[in-house]
Design a protein around this ligand. Structure first.
Ligand SMILES: CCS(=O)(=O)c1ccc(CC(=O)Nc2nc(-c3ccccc3)c(C(=O)c3ccccc3CC(C)C)s2)cc1
Length: 244
């Protein structure tokens, strides 16, 4: 396909990302100088498991709304049938969120932006999901070390969203055509930026880790729901729709 079509797709995806990225990388870098104090960390650790889950569910739902908006602005996504749009968002929104969050990770002190400041794994202790928390942080760290540009994050997350291998898709071939063009644009951007050609293969190798974080998150949610059904009942509707 012609270069101009790839450029047009890349431009639309990058613009959609910048319009829906929730915090800019500059804002996140400014905020990174505000880690939680010892007292604030203790306050988090003294929260009940239910209260911490409620807080995370609220935070992650807020972040997911921006991912939904990102998808809606990708030309081609809205041309898909509604059934496929819902399947792609349900399966991909947390994976997209996890990649986006590498911008909110501070590798100098291994902290992540949560509720206004940066916290280490310690603030999530009361969740009782130390394994989930540590792989979310490990993933953020490994993506952070790839020094992805906004363009690369935009195209990589659009490619994740438009995965033709999600189960029950009715127009998988149409989704694959879109994904191929997006990955071609990503390869072009990577080549333009760094001449570090195996960066795309490094990114593709992260996809399995993204999937396992999402599966672990669903497992933890199901276990939590067994123990605290009422708390999950009060979770934001979008969270329940996407993850339950
Ligand atoms: C993403 C766009 S952004 O502008 O970069 C941005 C914008 C806004 C924020 C603030 C924010 O929502 N941070 C959250 N942090 C975590 C978290 C939590 C445990 C460890 C590590 C990070 C959230 C979660 O709830 C979460 C996220 C991924 C998988 C699992 C969970 C927890 C489960 C129990 C729901 S929400 C951060 C970054």
């Amino acid at each position: 396909i012609s270069m101009t079509e790839i450029d047009r797709i890349a431009q639309n995806v990058v613009e959609s990302h910048l319009e829906t990225c929730q915090y800019t990388t500059d804002e996140l870098k400014q905020l990174a100088w505000q880690p939680y104090t010892q007292e604030e960390i203790r306050n988090f650790q003294n929260k009940s498991c239910e209260a911490m889950w409620q807080q995370c569910a609220t935070q992650v739902t807020n972040a997911i709304q921006y991912v939904v908006e990102f998808a809606k602005r990708i030309s081609g996504f809205m041309d898909l049938c509604q059934n496929d749009q819902i399947i792609l968002l349900k399966a991909g929104c947390l994976e997209v969120l996890l990649v986006r969050m590498c911008r909110a990770y501070n590798p100098l002190n291994n902290t992540l932006f949560f509720e206004g400041k940066y916290g280490s794994t310690q603030i999530f202790k009361s969740l009782g999901c130390d394994d989930l928390i540590s792989i979310v942080f490990d993933l953020a760290k490994s993506l952070c070390f790839l020094h992805l540009t906004e363009e690369e994050i935009a195209l990589f997350t659009a490619g994740i969203l438009l995965s033709p291998d999600r189960p029950w898709l009715t127009e998988a071939r149409k989704v694959k055509k879109l994904q191929d063009k997006i990955y071609e644009a990503l390869q072009h951007v990577i080549h333009k930026n760094h001449l570090d050609d195996d960066k795309l293969s490094k990114l593709i190798s992260k996809l399995s880790m993204l999937k396992s974080v999402c599966n672990l998150h669903v497992d933890k949610l199901q276990l939590f729901k067994l123990l605290h059904p009422q708390t999950v009942h009060n979770f934001p509707p979008l969270y329940k729709e996407v993850f339950s």
